[in-house]
Write a protein that binds this ligand. Structure first.
Ligand code: PMV
Length: 345
């Protein structure tokens, strides 16, 4: 018994966005989303039981986190304590003094909270490592599939649901908590990649949790969101089936702009985009007019993620670097699902 486990999970970028919860406690989405898991951006998380401790502890990039951040992790660990039969968090009951507490040490190879999706890899790595930890200590409990695991990652952060698999992944709407899960769609081992244009690595001012709630509650365009998003989703699915990057990219861009439009129509209105984001968009349009298959998408932050052919990625990177010499670019291919790390890693 080692009483510890470590896992690596990759971030994902949504081509079809998740933007709104129909259940704030269970983290059930208002629509199905679809993402691309990235090879080069990930989180490594090590978890260990600390017997006799009164609380869970969260250490992120070497710093012990405050009660609010730790509470989000405890919420997920509670699900595992319940699943493995060491308490009952569903009933809101406090766990007994003998319930195992966990120390979580996480290292992000992603700029935290800058719209580069560190919460997706963070909670996926946490869930993946916790499953290994609890399985080792409670081997008689029923085994947990990756599909079930995705519902646990979901309760930390919606987008983390999709990081439980590699390639193109859907997080399905579902009828309830048990079937609002991640489904791998395609391993993306074809001519597709991304270049991320990191305009800002500052923590965002409006969290995605607040942003989506405010939008869902006040935006004049929000009632249209689910319907238009489903149409874009069908188009992206068809493009993936045909391995047609132009079809995938066009539908991804369209969905991204509708997603940002919901925020322009919120009351009061807001946007995560900056004038720099728009400059990058214009440049992508220029490159496309020159014949490159390049498409943009932006999330809850100003950074632009460019979908391109893997075979054209070096060229796209070079052109972006020349045009925007002061910004950091990250290249990524299709990432895999999470894996357990050995003690040497
Ligand atoms: O799971 P959260 O709270 O990080 O929300 C993610 C929301 C978007 O990144 C804007 C869209 C998405 O589907 O990832």
């Amino acid at each position: 018994m080692t009483g510890m486990a470590a896992a690596r999970a990759h971030t994902n970028i949504a081509l079809i966005k998740y933007w709104g919860k129909r259940d704030d406690v269970l983290y059930l989405p208002t629509s199905t989303s679809l993402s691309f898991t990235l090879s080069s951006l990930y989180t490594d998380t090590c978890v260990r039981f600390v017997d006799g401790a009164a609380e869970d502890v969260l250490v992120l990039d070497g710093e012990v986190q405050d009660a609010a951040s730790t509470a989000k992790v405890t919420r997920v660990v509670d699900l595992f304590r319940t699943r493995y039969g060491v308490g009952d968090s569903a009933a809101g009951a406090a766990f007994g003094a003998d319930a195992p507490r966990v120390r979580v040490e996480s290292h992000n190879h992603v700029p935290t909270a800058a719209g580069l999706a560190s919460s997706s890899s963070g909670f996926a790595a946490l869930a993946f490592a916790l499953r290994a930890l609890f399985e080792e200590r409670y081997p008689d409990a029923p085994r947990m599939s990756d599909t079930e695991l995705s519902t646990f990652a979901r309760r930390g952060s919606g987008s983390a649901t999709r990081s439980i698999f590699g390639g193109f992944v859907e997080w399905v709407y579902g009828t309830g908590s048990d079937d609002s899960v991640a489904v791998p769609v395609d391993d993306a081992q074809w001519d597709v990649a991304m270049v991320l244009v990191a305009l800002s690595t500052q923590k965002k001012k409006i969290s995605s949790t607040y942003g989506m709630k405010h939008t869902a509650e006040t935006s004049a365009f929000y009632p249209l969101w689910r319907e238009v998003s489903e149409k874009d989703l069908d188009e992206v699915r068809a493009g993936i089936r045909e391995r047609d990057i132009d079809r995938v990219g066009a539908a991804m861009e369209a969905n991204c702009m509708k997603f940002h439009a919901t925020m322009f129509a919120a009351n009061p209105p807001f946007t995560y985009l900056t004038s720099r984001s728009l400059e990058v968009i214009e440049y992508i349009q220029e490159l496309r007019a020159q014949g490159l298959s390049v498409y943009y998408t932006m999330d809850a932050g100003p950074n632009v993620k460019v979908l391109c052919r893997r075979s054209e990625q070096p060229r796209v990177h070079e052109l972006l670097a020349q045009r925007f010499p002061n910004v950091t670019l990250f290249d990524a291919g299709a990432g895999s699902g999470p894996r357990i790390l050995s003690e040497q890693e």
